[in-house]
Design a protein around this ligand. Structure first.
Ligand SMILES: [Zn+2]
Length: 196
């Protein structure tokens, strides 16, 4: 017996088909926008709902990450930017990810750079500035004056990129407070402050 409904997770609308079966655990498979779930007979509805949300979120993010990293080779990008450094540091892995709360990260232990997937939609110089920032952490694992000196020498756009990213974050938080007419007018803005 299967029951079917629609849920929205991370802004994605999915058709969920739940089948009760003689299985031990709740399992889910996502194909396009259909989430097929098999659940043990004895699991109660609240636990099932929680498990479906968690599994759906995990699958949506995993598929998104695979797509994004197929479209663009993050390691090749990192190596291009690393070549600007006087002594290019070794970065073993790089990937685009849905990193929560930060634009990029560098792991000293695994020599891995992770870049927020949204950066791919920004101007190239902003993406490259974040890449340069993370590569500089392979040399200086801190924000010391030496770190900023090195970073600004290989990436003169550093401060401009920082301001750009602050504006993006501000806009993402503010967007839902704007009226539809304000949003429409914003989309048509040119970057000039004087009157024509
Ligand atoms: Zn940093």
């Amino acid at each position: 017996m299967a029951d079917q409904r629609v849920i929205t997770i991370d802004g994605v609308t999915l058709t969920v088909i739940v089948t009760r079966k003689a299985v031990k655990h709740i399992n889910a498979r996502l194909r396009a926008t259909t989430l097929s779930v098999s659940a043990p007979y004895l699991v109660n509805d609240a636990d099932l709902e929680n498990a479906i949300s968690t599994l759906a979120r995990r699958l949506i993010r995993r598929i998104h990450k695979q797509q994004v990293n197929c479209e663009e080779d993050a390691l090749a990008l990192v190596q291009r930017v690393a070549a600007r450094f006087p002594e290019p540091p070794l970065v073993a892995h790089a990937e685009f990810a849905l990193t929560e709360g930060r634009w990029g990260s560098y792991s000293v232990a695994t020599r891995t750079i992770r870049l927020h997937a949204v950066l791919r939609h920004m101007p190239r110089w902003v993406l490259e500035a974040v890449v340069a920032h993370e590569i500089a952490h392979a040399v200086h694992p801190n924000h010391s004056p030496a770190f900023w000196r090195l970073l600004r020498s290989v990436c003169p756009d550093t401060d401009r990129a920082q301001a750009f990213l602050e504006a993006v974050t501000w806009m993402a938080r503010t967007w839902h407070n704007l009226s539809p007419v304000e949003r429409t007018l914003l989309a048509g803005m040119c970057n000039e402050t004087h009157e024509a």
